[in-house]
Design a protein around this ligand. Structure first.
Ligand code: GDG
Length: 462
């Protein structure tokens, strides 16, 4: 078995108390993957340094070795808060209205990718597989090739891939995408994102796609493929049965009394459709006054990327919206929206999911969405809740037995809430059984094995 070197923007290993706080989807998935593979996880420490030295901080944590570097404030501004989160993230989530193009961002992105390449280089041994993650590091493979790395290198993109018509609004888009053709394998969450990528390659770069989805470029062959990510099912179910989960479940149920509860859990991000969700819930309350006092929406939304203006704006907008809806509908003993800006330990989260009659997951765009899968995994199979899921989440392609909705339509979502509340037990069980099967089988171990095996089977560069 080849050793695995994982490279991602941030390295985040749970401590022995478990992963308290808002661990992003990527961190959750990679921890599960790395526990079984001997290898190294390389990335940014999250710390600032006045001057970049390239010093590697190596640590061994259970079965995972981590190697991290610190970055300069200017790197963090231009690469992380700049090109990654002000340019690529909004663009890849179809939000050209929020996409900022600044030359210094592009320069910072290249500089930091070079710093990553220089720093990880001495860790790479001849037979290692190198697995790069996400939109922060798209050019890393080509920079490693330029430094003589002939190992197999793969990239997995956790976000959507936008339609060619949007992508061409990015200055230097050809250069960015062409640099990706130095990978041996490029993985996407779904066929939809894969097809957008291949369409761009054909239309904008004029290259031919081979019948197996691979592309020949400059004497190399790069494979592009879909690998839908899943959750660590066994770990999550075990957590859902823990004492902490049971206690969280009972606490939340007791606080809701006989009311039905909806739960949303999302990083505070405009792609997650939180404002539209609040509006839809408000619409439900207005349209169904006879049911309104019997339901409550719990929205857990730990803040993220707080230095980026569009994230400050969404936080502000949501506070106003929640206040407005609560003001219009609340009475002395009841508020319809409980809006919580903090993270909870994973086990507690599992207890909250289980306590909720409806899981409401309505992103406007999402590469996959793991919350939808966690909600299903946490349910009591004898009395499961109902999942309402956006048709624009990658997860919708695997989860046809959820109530699929258009998150832009308050009417559609409001009707789905009504339908979910009235759904007979037999239908809930039938839908849950089908969803559970896919969440159990298409889990994170399967995702990792499929990706690593596909990367391993590529020929090494001569
Ligand atoms: C990106 C892509 C793709 C959330 N709040 C708390 C908490 N979380 C955890 C959830 C879940 C994870 O964070 C979020 O994962 P998602 O998949 O929903 O979304 P992103 O963070 O945007 O992830 C996404 C993913 O990468 C993986 O490829 O699915 O499309 O955007 O696991 O449970 N965890 C804890 N407390 C919280 O309060 N402990």
């Amino acid at each position: 078995m080849s050793r695995l070197i994982v490279v991602s923007n941030r390295v985040s290993v749970p401590n022995s108390q478990g992963a308290a706080g808002a661990q992003g989807g990527l961190a959750v998935a990679l921890n599960a993957a790395l526990r079984e593979h001997r290898g190294i996880w390389f990335g940014w420490s999250g710390q600032e340094t006045e001057e970049f030295t390239g010093h590697l901080d190596m640590q061994r944590n259970d079965d995972v070795t981590t190697a991290t570097i610190d970055l300069e404030p200017q790197d963090i501004d231009e690469y992380y808060n700049g090109y990654a989160n002000r340019t690529l993230w909004p663009l890849f989530h179809y939000r050209i209205d929020l996409t900022e193009y600044d030359r210094s961002f592009g320069e910072g992105y290249q500089r930091v990718n070079n710093r990553f390449a220089d720093s990880v280089l001495p860790l790479i041994e001849p037979d290692d597989l190198v697995w790069v993650h996400d939109y922060h590091l798209l050019p890393l493979g080509s920079l490693l090739r330029a430094k003589g790395v002939t190992n197999r290198i793969g990239l997995f993109l956790h976000t959507p891939w936008p339609p060619a018509r949007l992508l061409v609004s990015l200055p230097n888009h050809e250069q960015l995408v062409t640099s990706m053709l130095q990978y041996d394998l490029i993985g996407f969450q779904t066929h939809e994102w894969l097809e957008s990528f291949l369409h761009y390659i054909e239309k904008e770069l004029g290259l031919t796609i081979n019948p197996d989805g691979s592309i020949d470029y400059e004497g190399r062959n790069v494979q592009a493929q879909a690998f839908p990510i899943g959750i660590d099912f066994d770990e999550f179910v075990e957590g859902a049965q823990s004492a902490a989960a049971r206690e969280a479940h009972d606490r939340l149920r007791a606080s809701a009394g006989d009311r039905k509860m909806l739960i949303g859990v999302d990083r505070l991000d405009y792609s997650k459709g939180l404002g539209e969700r609040f509006d839809s819930f408000g619409r439900f309350l207005t349209d169904n006054p006879e049911m309104a006092k019997d339901v409550v929406l719990l929205q857990i939304a730990p803040p993220s990327r707080e230095l980026v203006a569009s994230y400050q704006q969404i936080r502000h907008d949501l506070e106003r919206k929640a206040g407005h809806i609560n003001g219009a509908h609340a009475d002395v003993a009841w508020v319809p929206i409980r809006y919580v800006n903090r993270g909870y330990p994973r086990d507690e989260l599992a207890g909250f999911y289980r306590a909720a009659d409806i899981g409401i997951v309505t992103p406007l765009r999402d590469g996959m969405n793991l919350v939808a899968k966690e909600y299903v995994a946490a349910q009591d199979p004898d009395n499961p809740g109902v999942l309402i899921l956006s048709q624009f989440a990658g997860a919708a392609l695997q989860m046809a037995d959820a109530l699929l909705v258009n998150p832009h339509s308050a009417e559609d979502v409001s009707e789905a809430i009504k339908r979910a509340l009235a759904m007979p037990l037999a239908e809930r069980k039938r839908r849950h059984k089908a969803l559970l099967k896919s969440v159990r089988e298409e889990n994170v171990a399967r995702w990792r094995e499929d990706f690593v095996n596909a990367l391993y089977s590529k020929e090494k560069v001569a």
